[in-house]
Ligand binder design. Structure first.
Ligand code: SF4
Ligand code: SF4
Length: 106
């Protein structure tokens, strides 16, 4: 799957991510830390997400602790040579919910 780096999945998915406080100096996690994964609910921006201009950047993408996470597994979904379809899906959902808010009676 080719990621467009829109960052929408890091904002709009319910997902478990690495607890920022659990990352050791060498980029690994203490295997005995019971709170090394935290729940990131839909609509909350992941604490590891930042931007470089218009490009979304995951600040832990290169670390050993990222391996095996749900995010890592998510990237492996779909054919390797096709553009991510979730980006367009999220944009559609956002437009739909914005319309719903606009049409909501006072
Ligand atoms: S929604 Fe798709 S294109 Fe956007 S950041 Fe996530 S994986 Fe990449
Ligand atoms: S850990 Fe990285 S890839 Fe996963 S939601 Fe956070 S910023 Fe996105």
């Amino acid at each position: 799957m080719i990621c467009l780096r829109c960052g929408n999945c890091c904002r709009y998915l319910d997902i478990f991510v690495i607890n920022p406080r659990s990352i050791l100096p060498d980029g690994t996690l203490d295997p005995h830390d019971p709170e090394c994964m935290i729940f990131k609910p839909e609509g909350d921006v992941c604490p590891h997400l930042t931007c470089d201009g218009d490009v979304a950047v995951c600040t832990i993408h290169h670390l050993p602790c990222y391996q095996g996470t749900p995010c890592r597994q998510f990237e492996q979904l779909g054919p390797e040579d096709e553009v991510c379809i979730m980006s367009g899906y999220f944009e559609h959902c956002l437009m739909f919910s914005a319309k719903k808010v606009r049409n909501k009676p006072d």
